[in-house]
Structures are given as structure tokens and as C-alpha cells.
Design a protein around this ligand. Structure first.
Ligand code: BGC
Length: 808
């Protein structure tokens, strides 16, 4: 039926609130992703409670690391996909009048409707006023949360008022087990039923559905306990089960103005959880001992306030909306990975726990996420890195099966570290399936090694390096050293047949062999890695270095080759810029104005061109930053010296031309692109860098994404990356060589930054503006830290403050 209060529909983030006024069915699924509640263990989308999965609503609940495989027959081939599993839906808490249908905004007149996410406390509130076809109005308010205090618990309340009528009101509560993975339209024709052995039970006041994932055999239990109140009386529920679900219902006689309220607690456990053997029993016990909603909220809000103290990033007088968007992004980051993720062995899913895009897979996005976490909860980064360490055997096997030594990490990773990338891609614009060679993004291994080294540099956690990190770094270096072939004509080493971060270029037009040659990002970062691997070994205590060298059988000849590669790797250039890959300059130029005019949104030029019968690989068109990733990952002076050693001296002119060249040829089809471009432009063109910050900040909450894919899950790397632009890019914060270093290029428009960091066991408050940098170390036991700014180093002891001002 009609929705009366429309707009603003895009979602306004003010201060600590994300708010959507009105009911807009077309935007509902994006709102659900942005209004998801989660705690790093599980997350539930912000769907209308009790809504059925369909085009308008998608009430998904996901548990970190709970994957399952299903197989489809496509053409002549069996295609297997592993997906993060949508679990039984615990959200139904609904209202009906007499024997009428459960009221929803789709079967009644929506007189009022708004949704508000309190970012400070992590509570979602939905208010509504609905009118049924007999003119009877019900006002309601629903709140929900996923407890940040107890990862296994969540809660919900519903209070409804019979506005202008008297009669019978019904309240329904349920746990619905008949769910499938059907949240992404492109995958809908493929198998999506992951749960089997569904067992709904009613036990006293509890509804519990247990189920098993059909291939991975994880047992999960989702249970609820609901209490209803009317005029101080508590009511009994009529309960029932069917083959998949458990339901409770009650009815109350009310007179106009009466309020009926219900309170529901959910408990979720799974057989993958540490310390759990029987998920159903654990769920029963948790429900029996769970506090009421108020108490649950108190503990939850306290946990959030503690997290916010750690993640405090404040801007004084920033330009419009920056701070609010920053908080929204940090909020969703912490709902995806939090201290509750430490034992989950789940990695960093690219689209959060907020939807089914990319099937919940883990790519290289942690590269953009860790810098924000490591400087606040280093033990969380450590745990997330362990996800990769545990999958080193799978990466070794993949390398061996491809004929290489060392470790080849998968481009898309899921439960056990095998390659999960799809081999066929459906272009929704043309309806055609095309070969997908994006799995050739071998650079993901470089990201794995890079994040490990960066973690060690920031934290000084040599224990991690010694026990886990060095082995991974060495094995990845080995793989890349073998991937590099000697090209006698050039007297240089080359890497052929890979795909760089720009996924549009999975090959050359007309060449049968997939992949491109000498992707500059891959070659240069591999060189960085050979050097880092040598450093990693040097950093180990001698006894451990000996052990590792022995058990890996690492020879001096291999180490000599690494050294040789740091001097003789080939890097392509053309017209005074670094080439994205060999031959990029020979590709056709695209008529950009024509495509912009014709299509408006040209972020997915690959699909647009394919639908026109063309091939994106023929054009100088990049989906996202590729060469510029080097400026993102490597401090300028490190990049200069690395390239010098290779015999390719760089200059600021070359870098400026390189940035300009690719900026003109990139359509930003990935949200990561904005983060990297902000970095590339921070010193060259601060105003344009700010524009990219804006883009990264609003990549999910902004208007543009109404045509994007936020409905299927948030873009975690862009969310975290936007915070990282503020904390590291504009402040010039680096943590190499045991020095906390700032080199601000702080934009006056952002006012003053005040952020809290954790560095080498200390809590450090940093205040940065165009005028000064001030660091204060909390008074707590521990050694002094070395901090440097504007060329001056200070040893800061606990309790000390120091201010640096720019030289005149
Ligand atoms: C990007 C990748 C990214 C993935 C998941 C893709 O569109 O090209 O770089 O890792 O999305 O976020």
C-alpha cells in the first residue's frame, strides 16, 4: 500500500545516529545492510522483523566463519561454491489485529516509519504507525541489538499501541529455519539451501531451531525466549512447531490507547565455537540464564563505550558529515571484527557479516582494515592474521599443484584456504556467462606477507614473527621468486600471466593465455617482499632462525636469488610513467565522455563493454587503482630506494605523471579505489584527495550507492580505509623502525584531529592540526617510546606530552 512519509531516503548520519525517514521499499535492502546489528561473532540485517526474504526484504543472520559448499550443474560442468550460511531467522516479532495478517509496511498504509541506528550504543530502533484496511491504526516501536558484551546473545523489544480501536491484538514470535541463501540476485538461480536436519523445538518459554550445514556439518542452534506484558500482566504463549520453525503467539484484549510489549532474547551457538560442544544445550543454558533486555542493553552499551574509547577519532569542526560517516564506518567495522572474533578463525570478510555478496569470502581487503585495528586492538589483528597462518598448508599445496615451491594464497578464501574464486562470471547486463580469470591475482599473497610484516613493525611482536609470521613471509617469497623468470633479452626477471588489482585486465585482447605480463604492482611489491623476507629472518633470535631455515630447507642459493631479484626485476614504463603492465600503453583509449554521457554510472565498464559486444581488456581502462597501490603501501622514501636499487630511479615528476595518467583512466569500479587515490593525491593535490576521502566515507551510505551493491553487504575495506585516510594518510603516521612517526599534510578543512592509539603497550593520544602535532602518553608502567615529527625525535616516557610545530 502507500507510504506517506517519504524522503530523505538516502540515510542521514548525524552525530551518532544513522536515520532513515519514511518507508522506501526500493531502498529497504540497502538500509538493512546499513542497519545490521552485529558483534564480530554474528550479525543480523536490519530487516523488518518477520519479513519474508524477497525483493524488498532480506532478513539474513550470519555467523563468522560458518561456511558450506553446494554444487550446481552449469552447462557440462559441476560448479561448487562455498558460501557464508544464512542461519535461522530469529527476528520475527510481529503484531496483528484479530485474525488479520501480521502487519507489515507492505500490507498496510504506512502513516509513519523511521529507522534509527544509535552508533554509540549499537541499538537499532524502528518506529511505525500502520493502518490496516479497516482503518485500525497500530503504533509500534521495535528495538534490537547484538550484544557486544556477550557474543552469543542478542535482544529485541516491541511495544505496540492500539491507537483508535479496541479488540484483540496478537503478538507473534518465531525462529524460522526454512531459510536459504538467496540475498544476491545474480546467484539466485544457483543452489542456496545449506541447512539440513532442521529441528525446531519448544522448551518451556524457549523456541529453539537447530540445524546442520549440509556439507561442512556445522551444527548451529538459534533460540529465543520471549516475554509479553500488558497492564503489568505477563502472558502465556501458544506455541507450535512445523518442519522447520518454532512459533509462539499470544492474544490480548485491548482498548484504544493500550500498550502491549514483548521482550525477546536470542542466543546463538555453533559447533565451530571454541568452548562449545553441544550448541543446542549451550543455547538452552544461555537463554535460561540470560538477563532481561534492559540489563542486556546496559552491558552491551558499556562494551560499546569501551570500544569507542579505544577507537576514538574526533574531528573538531570538520566539514559536513565527515565525523558522522567516519563513526558509521568504524561502527560497521567493529560489528564485523571485534574482540569476539579473536577465537573465530574467520578472517576478514570483504562485505562484512552484512549480506551474501561475494558469498562471504575473504579477499585482500584486510590490507585496508588492519592499520585501523592494529593501532587500537593489536591482539585482534594478530588473531585475524592467524586465519592466514592456519591456511599455510593449503597455500603450499596450491603452489605445489601449480608447479611452484612456497605458498600461493587464494584470491578468494573461505573455510579452509583453498581457492574459492568463481571461474565463470554472470554479466547481469547481457545475461551472458563469461570466463573469470580474476583468481590469477597472485598479489594476494603479497598482501598476506605485507600485513604480517606491518603488524610486526607496528607492534614489535617478534613472538608472532618467530612463531608464525616469518614462515609465511618466507614461503610467499619463495613462491614469487619461482614465479619470476629470467628474460635473457632484457637481462631482467619477469612475471608473466598474472592479474593485478585492476580486475578488468585478466589478459590481452586476442591472446589465448590468461593474465598479463609484468604487472608493475606485483613485480615491485614482490621486490619489497624479497627484502622484507631477508629482514624477517634477521629479526628472529638466532636459534629460531636456524630452526626455520632447517625446517624449510631454505638454501643460501635461494637467498642469493632474492637478493638478485631486488636488483634485476623488470618494471615496465612508458611515456615517463610506470606502466600498469607490459603493453598497457598499446591498448586503445576509451572515449570517456561518450560513455559517461551514454551510461552515467560507468563504474562497471567491463560489463557495459561486454554487453556492447566489446572487451574491456582492449582498452586503457582500469577498474581501480593498481600502480597507485604502491604509493598506498610504501612510504615514498622506501619506494624511491627500492626503485633506485632496481635501476629505475623515480622522481616526484614521474610519480605525479603516473598518478595523473591513471586517474584519467580509472572508473573506480571498486570502492577500494577511492582510498588509494586519496593516498596518491594527498601531497600532490590535497583538495582532490579530500574529494576521494568523501567518496570512501560515503561509499555505502552515500546516494550513489543506491545503484550499487550495498544491499548485498557493506564494503568493509572502503569503510576502514576511510578512517585510515584520516589517521595515517593525512597525518603521515608510520610505525617503521620502532619509531612512531608523523609527517602531517593535514587539510585545514578537517579542523583538529584528536585520536587515541595503542602503540607498544601504551595508550597514546594524538592531536593534529595544521599548526602542531601533540602526543601524550598515558601514565602507566612501561618503557619510553620514540616519536618523531618534522625531523625531530623525542623519547616520550609514560605521562609525558610533547608538541611539535612545523619549521618555518
Ligand atoms: C575488488 C577487489 C576486492 C573485492 C572485495 C572487488 O571488486 O576488485 O580488489 O578485494 O572486490 O572487496
Amino acid at each position: 500500500m502507500t507510504s506517506v512519509s517519504a524522503s530523505p531516503v538516502h540515510g542521514a548520519v548525524t552525530d551518532w545516529l544513522l536515520r532513515f525517514d519514511g518507508y522506501d521499499p526500493a531502498d529497504e535492502r540497502r538500509r538493512e545492510a546499513l542497519c545490521a546489528v552485529g558483534n564480530g561473532y554474528f550479525a543480523s540485517r536490519g530487516a523488518w522483523a518477520g519479513s519474508a526474504a524477497g525483493d524488498r526484504h532480506y532478513p539474513g543472520t550470519y555467523l563468522a566463519g560458518y561456511f558450506n559448499r553446494l554444487t550446481d550443474r552449469i552447462g557440462q560442468a559441476d560448479v561448487e561454491n562455498e558460501s557464508l550460511v544464512n542461519l535461522p531467522d530469529w527476528l520475527p516479532l510481529t503484531v496483528a489485529i484479530d485474525n488479520g495478517e501480521w502487519l507489515t509496511p507492505d500490507n498496510s498504509d504506512v502513516l509513519e516509519h523511521d529507522v534509527e541506528l544509535d552508533l554509540r550504543r549499537g541499538v537499532l530502533t524502528r518506529r511505525f504507525l500502520l493502518r490496516d484496511r479497516h482503518g485500525r491504526e497500530v503504533r509500534g516501536i521495535e528495538r534490537r541489538l547484538a550484544s557486544m558484551a556477550d557474543a552469543h546473545l542478542g535482544g529485541q523489544t516491541l511495544a505496540v499501541t492500539a491507537v483508535n480501536w479496541s479488540g484483540r491484538i496478537r503478538i507473534g514470535s518465531a525462529v524460522r529455519g526454512g531459510v536459504t541463501n538467496s540475498g544476491v540476485e545474480r546467484y539466485r538461480k544457483l543452489a542456496g539451501r545449506h541447512l539440513t536436519d532442521l529441528t525446531p523445538v519448544v522448551a518451556d518459554d524457549k523456541l529453539i531451531v537447530t540445524a546442520t550445514t549440509c556439507q561442512s556439518h556445522h551444527r548451529v542452534a538459534v533460540g529465543t525466549k520471549t516475554v509479553a506484558l500488558h497492564n503489568g500482566d505477563v502472558f502465556d504463549w501458544a506455541t507450535r512447531t512445523d518442519s522447520t520453525s518454532a512459533y509462539a503467539e499470544l492474544s490480548v484484549e485491548v482498548t484504544a490507547g493500550d500498550v502491549v510489549s514483548a521482550e525477546k532474547v536470542v542466543a546463538i551457538h555453533g559447533s565451530r565455537d571454541a568452548g562449545i560442544s553441544e550448541p543446542e544445550l549451550a543455547t538452552r543454558i544461555a537463554l535460561d540464564n540470560a538477563p532481561g533486555f534492559e540489563q542486556l542493553t546496559e552491558a552491551h552499551a558499556l562494551a560499546w563505550s569501551q570500544l569507542w574509547r579505544r577507537f576514538s577519532i574526533d574531528l573538531e569542526e570538520p566539514f559536513d558529515g565527515t565525523l558522522a560517516a567516519l563513526r558509521l564506518n568504524l561502527f560497521h567495522l567493529l560489528q564485523t571484527v571485534s574482540p569476539h572474533s579473536i577465537d573465530a578463525d574467520a578472517g576478514v570478510p570483504a562485505r562484512g557479516l552484512h549480506g551474501e555478496a561475494y558469498r562471504g569470502h575473504v579477499f585482500w581487503d584486510e590490507l585496508f582494515v588492519f592499520p585501523v585495528i592494529t593501532l587500537r586492538i593489536p591482539e585482534l589483528t594478530r588473531a585475524l592474521l592467524q586465519y592466514r597462518c592456519r591456511r599455510l598448508p593449503a597455500a603450499r599445496l596450491a603452489a605445489r599443484q601449480s608447479g611452484y615451491p612456497g605458498a600461493m594464497f587464494p584470491w578468494q578464501s573461505g573455510s579452509d584456504g583453498r581457492e574459492e574464486s568463481q571461474r565463470l562470471h554472470l554479466n547481469p547486463l547481457s545475461g551472458r556467462w563469461t570466463e573469470d580469470a580474476t583468481f590469477r591475482q597472485r598479489h594476494v599473497g603479497l598482501a598476506v606477507a605485507y600485513t604480517m610484516w606491518q603488524y610486526v613493525e607496528t607492534t614489535g611482536d617478534v613472538g608472532f614473527l618467530s612463531d608464525y609470521g616469518a614462515e609465511v613471509i618466507v614461503e610467499v617469497a619463495r613462491f614469487f621468486a619461482a614465479l619470476a623468470e629470467y628474460d635473457a633479452g632484457r637481462d631482467r626477471y619477469v612475471i608473466r600471466g598474472v592479474v593485478g588489482p585492476d580486475e578488468f585486465h585478466t589478459g590481452y585482447p586476442g591472446r589465448a593465455d590468461p593474465g598479463v605480463d609484468n604487472n608493475a604492482y606485483t613485480n615491485v611489491l614482490a621486490v619489497w617482499l624479497f627484502d622484507a623476507a631477508a629482514h624477517a629472518l634477521d629479526r628472529l633470535p638466532p636459534w629460531r632462525r636456524t630452526e626455520l631455515i632447517e625446517s624449510l630447507g631454505l638454501t643460501q642459493a635461494e637467498r642469493n636469488r632474492w637478493d638478485e631479484l631486488t636488483r634485476r626485476m623488470y618494471v615496465p614504463f612508458h611515456d615517463g610513467v610506470i606502466s600498469q603492465f607490459e603493453g598497457y600503453e598499446r591498448l586503445e583509449e576509451l572515449d570517456w565522455p561518450h560513455y559517461r554521457r551514454k551510461y552515467g554510472d560507468i563504474r562497471r565498464l567491463d560489463r557495459i563493454l561486454e554487453a556492447e559486444g566489446r572487451d574491456v581488456t582492449s582498452y586503457q581502462v582500469s577498474k581501480q587503482a593498481d600502480v597507485l597501490m604502491l604509493l598506498y603501501l610504501l612510504p615514498r622514501r622506501d619506494l624511491y630506494s627500492l626503485m633506485d636499487r632496481l635501476g629505475y630511479p623515480l622522481s616526484s615528476g614521474i610519480l605525479r605523471s603516473t598518478v595523473e595518467y591513471y586517474l584519467a583512466r580509472t572508473c573506480h569500479g571498486s570502492s577500494l579505489s577511492a582510498v588509494v587515490h586519496a593516498w596518491g593525491l594527498a601531497t600532490l593535490d590535497p583538495d582532490r584527495a579530500l574529494a576521494f576521502l568523501e567518496q570512501a566515507l560515503h561509499s555505502d551510505s552515500g546516494d550513489a550507492t543506491r545503484t550499487g551493491t550495498t544491499a548485498e553487504g557493506i564494503h568493509l575495506a572502503a569503510m576502514a580505509g576511510s578512517a585510515d585516510i584520516v589517521q595515517r594518510c593525512f597525518t603521515g603516521l608510520t610505525t617503521t623502525n620502532d619509531v612512531l612517526r608523523f609527517g602531517p599534510r593535514w587539510p585545514a578543512k578537517l579542523g583538529t584531529l584528536r585520536m587515541v592509539l595503542r602503540y607498544r603497550g601504551h595508550r597514546v593520544v594524538a592531536e593534529i592540526s595544521t599548526k602542531s602535532v601533540t602526543l601524550t602518553v598515558d601514565p602507566e608502567p612501561g618503557p619510553a617510546i620514540a616519536a618523531r615529527c618534522y625531523g625531530r625525535t623525542r623519547l616520550l616516557r609514560p605521562g609525558e606530552t610533547h608538541t611539535w610545530t612545523p619549521p618555518h
